[in-house]
Design a protein around this ligand. Structure first.
Ligand code: 3HC
Length: 697
C-alpha cells in the first residue's frame, strides 16, 4: 500500500502532498501520517512555510465516513487540526476540487487559503445527519460571520471559488497550477515576515440572542425530521457564547449525539449504497453521441440530461409537431436552468446546440447509444427495435425506457439482444436522479457496463435490476398502493392516508402521487398486466375514478379536487361517497383506521415485497432496493429505505405486525416471504444477510 502522503521540498517551503485515493478522505492512516509530517516540519529549522495540497482531483473530501460506525481511533481529526493550527510557521492550504466537511475544516485550521477555479468548498455534514465536528462550527464564524456560517452548515450546499472569496473563506485565487501558486504565495508571506494567522486567536463576532432563535424558527418543517440542523444551530450558538475550547467541546458532544442517531446511520448507509458496486469501467464502451426516440416529456427530459452532460443528441420523432414541441421544451428547460443560475449562459447555449431533431430513424445509424422513449406499447417498441437492430452500427448499445413491458421481448425483436437492455428513467427525467438499468436475459456485460457509465456521467444513480413486470420499483409500488387502496375501502380517506404517510416522511402521499401522475396511466398499465391479483378489491377505487374520467390534476379531479386558483388539493366529498358505495358493493365493512396502521400496512407490505424480489434475484441487494425507493419514490432518506427501515424497527417486530394483519385480512397478501420469516426467526437483518452473501456464507 502506498504512503498516504509525501513531503516535497521547494526551497524553504515544504509541500505536504496528501495522496490517499480516491478522494483524500481523512481516514486513520492519513490522519496519523499527517500528524507526523506536521510535527516533523514544524521542528525542522530549514522549513519556513508549509503548503498543504491534495493529489488527484480533490483537496480533501472530508472525514472518512466509513469510520463513523466504529469507535474513533486517535489521532482524532479535532486534535490533528489543533496541532496543524498550532504550527509556528505559516501554513497555506492549496485548495482545488472538493474541500468538503472535514476537508473544509482542515482548510480553516491552515493559516492562509489559496484556491483555483474548480474549488467546491462547503459543509455537507447535514446531508449525512451530522454537524461539522472538527472545529468548523467554531472557526468558520470567526472568519465569515454568523449568517454565512448558518447558511453553509444548515444548507449543506458547497460554494464555488467566487462566493468563497467574496465571504472571505478563500484569501487568494490562483489561475493555473494551485500547488505552484500556493508555494509562490508562501514565499511571499515568508519574505514579508507574515506570521501564522490562527482563527482560534480571533474573538467570535458579536451575535444577538435573537439571531439563532430566528434562524431556528425559519427552518423548514422537513429540517426538524433530522436532529442535525437544530444541533448545528446549537453548536454555532455555543460558539457565540462560550470561549473557543468550550465551544469546541460542545460541538463534539453534539456531533456524537448526531453520529449515534438512527437518522445519521440511515443517511450514511445511503451515501455508500448510492455509490453501489464499483463501475465495470473496463467493459464500458465509449459513448459520445446518442439518439433518443420519442420527443414527449420523457424523451425531451432524457435528451436534456444527455446534452447537459456533453453528449451530442439526435432527438427523433415521426410527428413533426411533436418533434418541434420536444425541441422547444429542451431549449426552454436548459435556458431556464441558466436563468436560475444552475449553469452559465454559454454552457446552456452549447447544450442546446448539441441537440438536433430528426423525423428519420435512419439518422441514428452512427450513434453510440440509442434510448427509446416511444409510446408504451409492445408492438410499437418491437417494431422500432427491429429497425434499430438493422440500421444501428454494430457496437451501438440500444436501450428501452419501458416501465412495464418485457425487455426480453423487445430485445428479441432487434436480432441483437446482447446489445439491448432497459434504461428506466423516472419522470421528469432531467430532474429525477434514479435510473433502473434492466438486465435482459441476453444483455452483454459491455451493454450493462456502458449504461451504468452513461448514467453516472449524466449525474444520475444507476441500479441494475432484473427483468420482471414493473422491475424493482414499480413492482413493489403495487404492494404499497394495494394496501392504501384496501384501506380506502375499509374506511380511511385519501387525505388521512396521505397525511399519515407524509408524516412518516414520504415526499408525497400515494393518492396525491396518483393524481399527479395521472390515474389513467396506472389504469392502462393494470389492464395490460396479465398477472394482476384476482381480487375485486385490488385498485378498485383508482379504477373507478379513472373510469369516471377523474384522471387527477390534469382533469382537475381525481382523489382530490383541484379547482382553486392555486390548484391546491382539496378533499372531495364525492370521492368519499364513491368509496363508500364501492365498499358496500364489495361487502367490505368500514371502520376508523389509525395512522399507525396506515403506515405499518403500507411500509411493511413494501418490505415483504422487497424480500420476495431479493429471493427471486430481481434486486441484487437490499441496498439497491433502498436506493431505488429513496431516489425514485420519495421514501424518507433519514429512514434509509424500506429494507433499512425494517431492519431498524427489527424484523421480529415487523413479522409480529404482519401476522396480526394476516389474522385480520387473510393470508393472500400478508404471508411473510421465507426470507423475511427466516431472518426474523434468527433475529437477523437484511443488511446482515447481504453481508453474509458477499462473504460467501
Ligand atoms: N469518506 C469515505 N469515502 C468517500 C468519501 C468520504 N468522505 N467521499 C467519497 N468517498 C468514496 C466513495 O464512496 C467512492 O467510493 P467507491 O469508488 O468505492 O464507490 C469514491 O470515494 C468516489 O466517490 P464518488 O463516486 O462520490 O466520486 P465523485 O468524483 O463523483 O465525487 C466527491 C467526489 C464530491 C468528493 C463526493 O465523493 C462527495 O461528496 N463525498 C462526500 C463529501 C462529504 O460528505 N464530506 C463530509 C464527510 S463528514 C465529515 O467530514 C465530518 C467532519 O465534520 C468531522
Amino acid at each position: 500500500m502506498n504512503a498516504p502522503l509525501a513531503i516535497e521540498r521547494d526551497g524553504s517551503v515544504a509541500v505536504i502532498m496528501l495522496d490517499h485515493p480516491p478522494v483524500n478522505a481523512l481516514a486513520h492512516r492519513l490522519r496519523t501520517a499527517l500528524l507526523t509530517a506536521i510535527e516533523r516540519l514544524d521542528s525542522d529549522p530549514t522549513v519556513q512555510a508549509i503548503v498543504l495540497h491534495g493529489a488527484g482531483r480533490n483537496f480533501i473530501a472530508g472525514a472518512d465516513i466509513s469510520e463513523f460506525d466504529q469507535p474513533a481511533q486517535p489521532p482524532l481529526l479535532n486534535e490533528l487540526l489543533f496541532r496543524l493550527e498550532s504550527c509556528n510557521k505559516p501554513v497555506v492550504a492549496a485548495l482545488h476540487g472538493a474541500a468538503l466537511g472535514g476537508g473544509a475544516e482542515t482548510a480553516l485550521a491552515c493559516h492562509y487559503r489559496a484556491a483555483t477555479s474548480d474549488l467546491k468548498i462547503g459543509f455537507p455534514e447535514v446531508t449525512l445527519g451530522l454537524l461539522p465536528g472538527a472545529g468548523g462550527t467554531v472557526r468558520l464564524p470567526r472568519l465569515v460571520g454568523w449568517k454565512a456560517s448558518l447558511e453553509l452548515m444548515t444548507g449543506g450546499k458547497p460554494i464555488d471559488v467566487d462566493r468563497a472569496t467574496a465571504i472571505g473563506l478563500v484569501d487568494r485565487r490562483i489561475d493555473g497550477d494551485v500547488r505552484a501558486g500556493a508555494v509562490a504565495w508562501a514565499r511571499e508571506l515568508v519574505a514579508g515576515g507574515a506570521l501564522p494567522r490562527r482563527l482560534r486567536d480571533l474573538g467570535a463576532p458579536e451575535a444577538t440572542a435573537e439571531l439563532f432563535a430566528e434562524w431556528r424558527a425559519a427552518m423548514p418543517a422537513t429540517a426538524w425530521r433530522l436532529p442535525a440542523p437544530g444541533r448545528i444551530v446549537d453548536a454555532l450558538e455555543a460558539s457565540a457564547t462560550r470561549p473557543f475550547d468550550q465551544a469546541l467541546d460542545r460541538a463534539r458532544e453534539l456531533f456524537e449525539e448526531c453520529r449515534r442517531s438512527s437518522e445519521s446511520r440511515a443517511l450514511r448507509y445511503l451515501f455508500f449504497a448510492e455509490r453501489g458496486s464499483s463501475l465495470d469501467r473496463d467493459a464500458a464502451l465509449r459513448v459520445e453521441s446518442a439518439g433518443v426516440i420519442g420527443a414527449g416529456t420523457m424523451g425531451a427530459g432524457i435528451a436534456i440530461s444527455l446534452a447537459t452532460a456533453g453528449l451530442a443528441v439526435t432527438l427523433v420523432d415521426s410527428k413533426p409537431e411533436s418533434l418541434a414541441a420536444g425541441l422547444a421544451r429542451v431549449a426552454s428547460t436548459i435556458e431556464g436552468s441558466a436563468r436560475k443560475g444552475r449553469m452559465t449562459v454559454a454552457d446552456a447555449a452549447a447544450a442546446v446546440a448539441r441537440v438536433r431533431g430528426s423525423g428519420d430513424l435512419k439518422e441514428l445509424s452512427a450513434v453510440d447509444l440509442v434510448i427509446e422513449a416511444a409510446f408504451e406499447n409492445l408492438a410499437v417498441k418491437r417494431g422500432l427495435f427491429a429497425e434499430l437492430g438493422e440500421l444501428c452500427k454494430p457496437q451501438a448499445v440500444l436501450a428501452t425506457n419501458t416501465s412495464t413491458l418485457d425487455v426480453d421481448a423487445i430485445a428479441a425483436a432487434s436480432g441483437r439482444a446482447a446489445d439491448v437492455a432497459g434504461m428506466h428513467f423516472f419522470s421528469p427525467a432531467n430532474i429525477m436522479r434514479l435510473v433502473e438499468i434492466v438486465r435482459g436475459r441476453e444483455s452483454s456485460r459491455a451493454t450493462l457496463a456502458t449504461l451504468r457509465a452513461v448514467t453516472k456521467r449524466i449525474g444520475k444513480i444507476g441500479v441494475t435490476v432484473g427483468n420482471c413486470y414493473g422491475f424493482v420499483g414499480n413492482c413493489m409500488l403495487y404492494a404499497y398502493g394495494r394496501e392504501k387502496e384496501l384501506m380506502l375501502l375499509e374506511g380511511s380517506t385519501p387525505e388521512a392516508i396521505d397525511r399519515a404517510l407524509e408524516e412518516f416522511g414520504m415526499a408525497m402521499g400515494p393518492n396525491a402521487v396518483g393524481d399527479l401522475a395521472g390515474l389513467d396511466i396506472g389504469y392502462q398499465a393494470r389492464r395490460q398486466w396479465n398477472e394482476r391479483p384476482d381480487d375485486p378489491r385490488f385498485y378498485r377505487v383508482s379504477d373507478r375514478l379513472a373510469e369516471l374520467g377523474r384522471y387527477g390534476q390534469k382533469s382537475g379531479r381525481g382523489f382530490y379536487r383541484y379547482d382553486g386558483s392555486d390548484r391546491k388539493r382539496q378533499p372531495d366529498p364525492e370521492v368519499l361517497e364513491l368509496i363508500r358505495a364501492e365498499a358496500k358493493a364489495l361487502g367490505v365493512a368500514q371502520r376508523k383506521i389509525a395512522d399507525s396502521e396506515i403506515v405499518e400496512r403500507c411500509i411493511y407490505a413494501l418490505a415483504n415485497e422487497g424480500a420476495r424480489i431479493l429471493e427471486e434475484g430481481i434486486a441484487a441487494s437490499p441496498a439497491d432496493i433502498d436506493v431505488i425507493w429513496c431516489n425514485g419514490y420519495g421514501f424518507p432518506r433519514h429512514r434509509g429505505g424500506p429494507m433499512f427501515h425494517a431492519d431498524t424497527i427489527g424484523l421480529a417486530i415487523v413479522i409480529e405486525a404482519m401476522r396480526r394483519y394476516e389474522g385480520e385480512q387473510g393470508p393472500q397478501y400478508w404471508t411473510p416471504t421465507p426470507l423475511l420469516a427466516s431472518l426474523a426467526e434468527r433475529e437477523g437483518t437484511f443488511a446482515g444477510w447481504q453481508a453474509g452473501r458477499a462473504d460467501g456464507v
